[in-house]
Design a protein around this ligand. Structure first.
Ligand code: 5GP
Length: 183
């Protein structure tokens, strides 16, 4: 049987497992201090944020509730349409609660901006946005997340939850795909 190896399609590793673990620990410590008595609802944007979310939640020492939302961030093309369609909504009410939205990556920033507006309409006590990666050259600075793991250049990255055509999410690091993998 021929076994394909996802790692062979990676051109370079941007952030290793060790780098990810240490940055996520820092973010977790920061959120722990900030939300010590606030019992926040931490919201995972499926599916890309799943590994980051699971690790971040485990690094938070305070009381938290966990909930999940799935949105379609892209329209027909590869550019973000800015229109967020909810594919799976939260199970719990966020009214009056402190909410932390956890996103994988910001490109145009439109997905996070619209999701923030959508959840704000439900009258939470506060909303904070956290993203692991930020392609900061690609969007206006005023739509950046409140908290960010790493700023990255404009390259298509996969791994640690991020996919290409549904694959590569299970790579334990963040890497840049070889052109041959999607050409
Ligand atoms: P935005 O609305 O900020 O333009 O798009 C954000 C979404 O686009 C992310 O949640 C992610 O699903 C997808 N995305 C943007 N850049 C990348 C990338 O480099 N790699 C992967 N795998 N997804 C990306």
């Amino acid at each position: 049987m021929h076994i394909t190896n996802a790692q062979n399609d990676i051109e370079s590793i941007l952030f290793s497992e060790t780098q990810l673990r240490s940055r996520v620990a820092e973010l977790g410590a920061q959120l722990t201090a900030e939300y010590a008595d606030k019992h926040p609802i931490v919201v995972c944007i499926l599916k890309g944020a799943s590994f980051f979310y699971a690790d971040l939640c485990r690094m938070m020492q305070c009381h938290i509730s966990m909930d999940f939302i799935a949105v379609s961030s892209y329209g027909a093309g590869s550019q973000s349409s800015g229109v967020v369609r909810i594919l799976k909504d939260l199970d719990t009410s966020i009214t009056g609660r402190h909410v932390i939205i956890v996103e994988d990556i910001i490109d145009s920033g439109l997905t996070l901006k619209h999701l923030r507006e959508l959840l704000s309409a439900r009258k939470p006590a506060s909303i904070k946005t956290v993203c692991l990666l930020d392609k900061h050259e690609r969007h206006d600075p005023h739509i950046a997340a409140d908290l960010c793991g790493f700023r990255i250049p404009d390259a298509f990255v996969v791994g640690y939850g991020l996919d290409y055509a549904g694959y590569y999410r299970n790579l334990p690091y963040i890497g840049v795909l070889k052109r041959a993998a999607y050409a």
